[in-house]
Design a protein. Structure first.
Lengths: 124, 572
């Protein structure tokens, strides 16, 4: 009887020992993994902060304005004038029915080989 | 039996003595166990009470790695962000070979002084900074050296993507990331320092702070003012734009300025002067000249003692003892109130102030908050100089903006109140909605007087000193008042050195914004132009309005009807 109890106790303690050590090592492993991930997060946060700073720098009017100035001649850019603004209210109302007569005229003249729109563009 | 009994006695004696021995052994074991457990307990207590020294040269590690909230402009564009940068430190007590460490470090950082570095690394200290705020590339190279006792800590560094453009608003931080100027200082004084101390302000988890500023407007103002410094060879230029409905400052520029990313630029010189730090809008107090006439007229009209149709005799200068105050470009005839404003008549303004009464005039200035600094987020603020009690002559000069000094921000706040139906809102740099603003307003003049003041301002743009402004800002219904004040040099007014001001509002049919532009000591742009405010401060205002009005959602309108409504034919 005592022998059996002793044997059980010895086995339990060995099993316990193995279990505790296994747990200890796995915890250490997880802890080092965690530390590695934390380091990585930290590094990536640092990189992210630099990228964000870059992004906001590139979006600044102070950064965009010199670029505009550099390409002003090539792209023919000029500041907008007050006269160039319009209001929706100042647009003419849509005609009640399509102007069929004018459309026929346009198609006829296109058939005849005259493009009034092209002429307008050339005249300007 | 006797033997046995003898033996049993012997045995008995043996048992007793064995029992005694056992008891003694148990006692010793208990003592030994107590000692062992006592040692364990003692060690535990010792470990428990050990304070880990987490400070770096007296500053908590958390404070150094603490972040500051991102600053955004009103449209969500970043104006100040934190970037995480490595900083190099050493633990001298862990360094094995100092000479080797010094030589190796100097291969990567040759700018470090050899003797200084050796001195730093020698000794038994636990922590010394070697170089702060390095780049990740340098960090990598120093890692490669593999010197024991040389380590890195990630610090937060403040970066201002907008560079110089909003320098005076943002202010700056020191190397420990604590605000030293501007809104950064304000945030620290507020509650950020406390958060950092508690270690909460970490890991960029702070809510961003949204400012009232519009970076596009700020940029346009900055560009135009920088241009004005060259165009008029002025020594300084500054401007502020305020939303009249909420009191929000949408743009504030003061030149010369500095680069908040490069603290050394604060001490740079501009035309022989070292005043880059100086915010002319908040901490500059000036005699703002004729722009004060709007204030005088608003007060007089609001009191009911003066009406728009009243006439004032401006034929002769006003005499105060030995002094005679005359008009700059005088008409020397009887002028109506709108004419007094349009021709900027000093005599007329004095007469209007006298009709109001000097004590009422002084009380009106108090109502506008001209007695003390504007309650504002920026710590750079100076108390205005307005005499406690006005004598006849001081009241007379003050009515056209001399003998009292206020900041341009005071003027902007008052003008905003005049055109916002007479309700003045405290100016702010933080975003504020119209609903929030509604509770903060104070009535300074009646809505009727507000309409009259707007008529006067628009009239001045149509046919007075603001016409040059209006040619640029055409269509945006802008109007305002010029002020050309001779500067006091060595105790007397110096002819030719002017401080030129233009205080304006737009669009005056539905007021939204107020702008005050100050140009310090401008020269003629060309021989055919003048040096008065209309030629420089006025033109700059016009150019700025032309650029920023579309950004602020104001569309141009050229209809004559609007101007006819704003400026009735009766006062033209």
């Amino acid at each position: 009887m005592i022998k059996t109890i002793n044997a059980i106790m010895v086995f339990t303690s060995i099993a316990g020992l193995v279990g505790v050590y296994a747990l200890k090592y796995s915890v250490e492993d997880i802890a080092s993994d965690k530390a590695a991930i934390e380091r990585k997060i930290d590094r990536q946060k640092g990189e992210l902060s630099l990228l964000r700073a870059d992004w906001s720098y590139l979006n600044q009017p102070a950064h965009v304005a010199p670029i505009v100035a550099r390409h002003q001649a090539a792209l023919n850019l000029v500041p907008i004038k007050q006269e160039q603004f319009g209001l929706m209210g100042s647009l003419p109302m849509r005609p009640a029915a399509p102007d069929t007569a004018a459309l026929d005229d346009l198609l006829n003249s296109l058939d005849a080989g005259i493009d009034p729109i092209q002429q307008l563009i050339e005249a300007n | 039996m006797a033997l046995i009994s003898e033996a049993s006695i012997l045995l008995d004696g043996g048992r007793v003595s064995r029992g005694n021995l056992t008891k003694a052994r148990i006692r010793w074991v208990i003592v030994a166990l107590l000692l062992v457990f006592g040692a364990v307990a003692g060690r535990l207590i010792q470990l428990g009470t050990t304070v880990n020294d987490a400070t770096i040269e007296g500053v908590a590690r958390d404070v150094i790695t603490a972040t500051r909230p991102t600053l955004l402009d009103r449209n969500g564009l970043e104006m100040a962000v934190d970037i995480r940068v490595p900083s190099l430190f050493a633990e001298p007590r862990r360094i094995v070979d100092i000479e080797e460490a010094v030589t190796k470090l100097r291969t990567v950082l040759p700018e470090l002084d050899e003797a200084w570095l050796r001195n730093k690394l020698t000794g038994d200290k636990g922590f010394v900074w070697i170089k702060r705020e390095l780049t990740p590339a340098i960090e990598e190279r120093i890692f490669q050296l593999g010197i024991p006792g040389i380590e890195f800590v990630t610090e937060s560094k403040r970066f201002y993507p907008s560079g110089r453009e909003a320098s005076h608003i943002l202010g700056g931080v020191n190397i420990d990331n604590q605000g030293t100027m501007g809104i950064e200082k304000h945030m620290d004084d507020d509650d950020l320092a406390l958060l950092q101390e508690l270690g909460i302000a970490r890991d960029q988890a702070l809510t961003p702070v949204t400012l009232s500023l519009d970076l596009r407007v700020q940029h346009a103002m900055y560009e135009q003012l920088a241009d004005s410094l060259i165009r008029y060879q002025a020594i300084a230029a500054s401007a502020v734009t305020v939303d009249v409905r909420t009191g929000e400052v949408v743009g504030l520029v003061s030149l010369p300025d500095y680069d908040p990313n490069d603290p050394g630029s604060i001490n740079a010189e501009y035309r022989g002067l070292k005043n880059q730090r100086f915010n002319r809008i908040t901490s500059g107090i000036y005699e703002l000249g004729s722009t004060m006439k709007t204030v005088t007229l608003a007060g007089a009209l609001d009191s009911g003692k003066v009406r728009m149709t009243d006439q004032f005799d401006a034929r002769f200068g006003v005499r105060f003892g030995r002094f005679t105050i005359d008009d700059f470009h005088g008409k020397h005839r009887v002028l109506s109130v709108p004419e007094v404003y349009k021709y900027s008549s000093n005599i007329g303004t004095i007469k209007i102030m006298q009709a109001l009464g000097k004590d009422d005039f002084r009380a009106f200035l108090s109502k506008l908050g001209f007695d003390k600094g504007v309650p504002f987020e920026l710590p750079e603020m100076r108390t205005p100089k307005v005499p406690e009690k006005f004598s006849e002559i001081v009241a007379a000069t003050a009515s056209f903006g001399h003998g009292m000094s206020i900041s341009p921000l005071h003027m902007a706040q008052a003008y905003a109140g005049f055109i916002n139906d007479g309700v003045m809102l405290p100016v702010t740099l933080l975003k504020r909605s119209e609903a929030e603003a509604a509770e903060l307003g104070t009535r300074i003049i009646s809505p009727q007087t507000s309409i009259e003041v707007r008529s006067l301002m628009r009239l001045n743009a149509l046919s007075g000193s603001g016409t040059r402004m209006n040619t640029y800002a055409n269509g945006y219904r802008a109007g305002g008042k010029t002020g050309t004040a001779e500067k006091v040099v060595k105790g007397r007014y110096a002819v030719g050195t002017n401080l030129n001001v233009f205080a304006s509002g737009f669009p005056l049919d539905d007021p939204r914004y107020v702008m005050v532009v100050v140009i310090d000591e401008p020269k003629r742009e060309s021989p055919t132009t003048g040096t008065t405010a209309g030629w420089n401060a006025g033109e700059v205002t016009g150019r700025i309005v032309q650029r920023i009005a579309p950004m602020l959602g104001i569309s141009p309108d050229f209809s004559q009807m609007l101007d006819d409504q704003l400026v009735p034919a009766a006062i033209r």
